[in-house]
Design a protein around this ligand. Structure first.
Ligand code: NAD
Length: 498
């Protein structure tokens, strides 16, 4: 049995807690490895390494820091197939989808290659007589990232790339369900020229997270995962004097206006609803057709496509989607489908009981479609995180708009229409962070920033883009006077610009 440990000070280490967790192959249900769960001492060892290495790294000029990322991007491309396969073995998603996971992280590494420009400060000459005022952005010191299972390459890179480029040392606590890719990324960063101790990977569960949140030397914490844990991490980090950005769950709606191109909308829903078996925080899980006729046309076109989804293990190159990540996820999603039926939604396509020959113990759930879902049902209120799409029929645009507006979550939302007026009104009024206009999964590119509203995000700065540079640095503002001599003596009144 393969034993997965931690990566501290540039080396693989076994860990001291004696506690481990199983890592499964979701396609077969077999245990393929065990992963060490860190103790407080393991986390502390990572912090000590980070502390020793960070000042020199922060003092390295930004062009040199950038060069590590130029090289790292090259290594990611070189090892793309190996990384994608490794990712699929633990997560279960198709290899092509795993490549998407890696590339979306790689793009943030490309973005931070511009760190010499991104981290520049501001300067005002002559803010007063012989006074110049300038600000600089300095690394926080040691940052930590706590990441979910569903993007084990992308989200770690969204965090560590800007943090490290800004001159921080970083401690990554990946999901214990698919820890191998984050460890491999840390090895490749060393190969790219990063000094040991700047990127450490500490595997673990709540104990490791709590050790991070209470550690006196960690200054900033970035979290992505489910909303209850995001809320907990945000509160605990703040109570311990750390800055925190914490991203939570989602329930993303797609509104289909009567004038939308129905084929485009249906294809968009297939990819956004069922890609990665619905295990994406930007997956569309609610379709809101406006008007009965739109709804009937939508469901009629969707159902046969869902029935013919190709579901398979990652080794099936033609598969549209793979299994869910764990047995618990499988049981939970099936339970929610049962609940939808009990509460009166119309089950149009039933993914329960899906079995794949040769993979009978895999965590596969077939594509599922509910129609006539209402806002009081559990399948509407809960983030299912599986291949289950709910259709909520709206009489008109205002009723459709009201649904995502009133939902607890506010990560992403999309509208399909040919009417620019409606699209513009929608983008302006909706209380959600990321909007797609005829785009189903509006994940902003690396040079913009990613983040939801409402219960999908706690904290005020988003991931990647210019927000990430602000999050991982502190502002220092200097007021300097170089007079030919101090002539006027002491000044007792608060200085102002008269
Ligand atoms: P999760 O909340 O179970 O786990 C996330 C991280 O928190 C993991 O590293 C885990 O080890 C740790 N953790 C789990 N329980 C904990 C506890 N009690 N105390 C402290 N730490 C704990 O999430 P997941 O199942 O890995 O990921 C799926 C969730 O992540 C979904 O809700 C999804 O929407 C969300 N997600 C959000 C975004 C976003 O940007 N908003 C992106 C991806 C995923």
């Amino acid at each position: 049995m393969r034993e997965i440990g931690h990566f501290i000070g540039g080396k693989h280490v076994a860990g001291t807690s004696g506690r481990t967790s199983n890592v499964f192959n979701p396609a077969t249900g077999e245990v393929q490895a065990t992963v060490a769960l860190a103790s407080v001492e393991d986390l502390r060892a990572a912090v000590e390494n980070a502390k020793a290495a960070q000042p020199k790294w922060a003092a390295t000029n930004p062009q040199r820091r950038a060069r590590v990322f130029f090289k790292f991007v090259e290594l990611l491309n070189k090892h793309m197939d190996e990384l994608a396969t490794l990712l699929s073995t633990e997560h279960g998603k198709t290899v092509e989808d795993s490549k998407g996971d890696i590339v979306r992280g790689l793009e943030v590494c490309e973005f931070v290659c511009g760190i010499p420009h991104l981290q520049k400060g501001e300067f005002t000459e002559g803010a007063g007589p012989a006074i110049d005022m300038y600000s600089m952005r300095q690394a926080v010191g040691i940052g930590a990232g706590i990441t979910p299972f569903n993007f084990p390459a992308m989200i770690p890179m969204w965090m560590f790339a800007p943090a490290i480029a800004c001159g921080n040392a970083f401690i990554l606590k990946p999901s214990e369900r698919d820890p191998s890719v984050p460890l491999r990324l840390a090895e490749l960063m060393i190969e790219a020229g990063l000094p040991a101790g700047i990127l450490n990977v500490v595997n673990g569960d709540k104990a490791a997270v709590d050790a991070i949140l209470t550690d006196p030397d960690i200054g900033a914490v970035s979290f992505v995962g489910s909303t209850p844990i995001a809320r907990y991490v945000y509160g605990t980090a703040a109570m311990n004097g750390k800055r925190a950005q914490c991203f939570g769950g989602a329930k993303n709606h797609m509104i289909i206006m009567p004038d939308a191109d129905m084929d485009q909308a249906v294809n968009a829903l297939m990819g956004a609803g069922y890609g990665s078996a619905g295990e994406r925080c930007m997956a569309i899980s609610v379709a809101v057709p406006v008007g009965e006729d739109t709804a009937n046309r939508l469901v009629e076109k969707l159902a046969p496509k869902i029935e013919s989804l190709r579901i398979g293990p990652y080794t099936d190159e033609k598969a549209d989607m793979g299994p869910l990540v764990t047995k618990e996820a499988y049981t939970r999603v099936n339970g929610l489908i049962d609940r939808g039926v009990e509460q009166g939604a119309k089950l149009v396509v039933d993914g329960r009981g899906f079995k794949l020959q040769g993979y009978e113990d895999g965590y596969f759930v077939g594509g599922t479609l509910f129609d006539h879902v209402t806002p009081d049902m559990d399948i509407y209120k809960t983030e299912i995180f599986g291949p289950v799409l709910s259709v909520v029929r709206a009489k008109n645009y205002e009723e459709a708009l009201d649904l995502p507006m009133k939902h607890e979550y506010g990560n992403g939302v999309a509208i399909y229409t040919r009417d620019g007026d409606a699209a513009r009104d929608f983008a302006s009024r909706i209380n959600i962070g990321m909007i797609g206009i005829n785009v189903p999964i509006p994940v902003p590119l690396a040079y913009h920033s990613f983040g939801g509203w409402k219960a999908s995000s706690f904290g005020d700065l988003n991931q990647h883009g210019s927000d990430s540079i602000k999050f991982w640095t502190k502002t220092k503002t200097i007021t300097a006077r170089w007079p030919s001599g101090i002539k006027d003596g002491a000044e007792f009144v608060m200085p102002t610009m008269k």
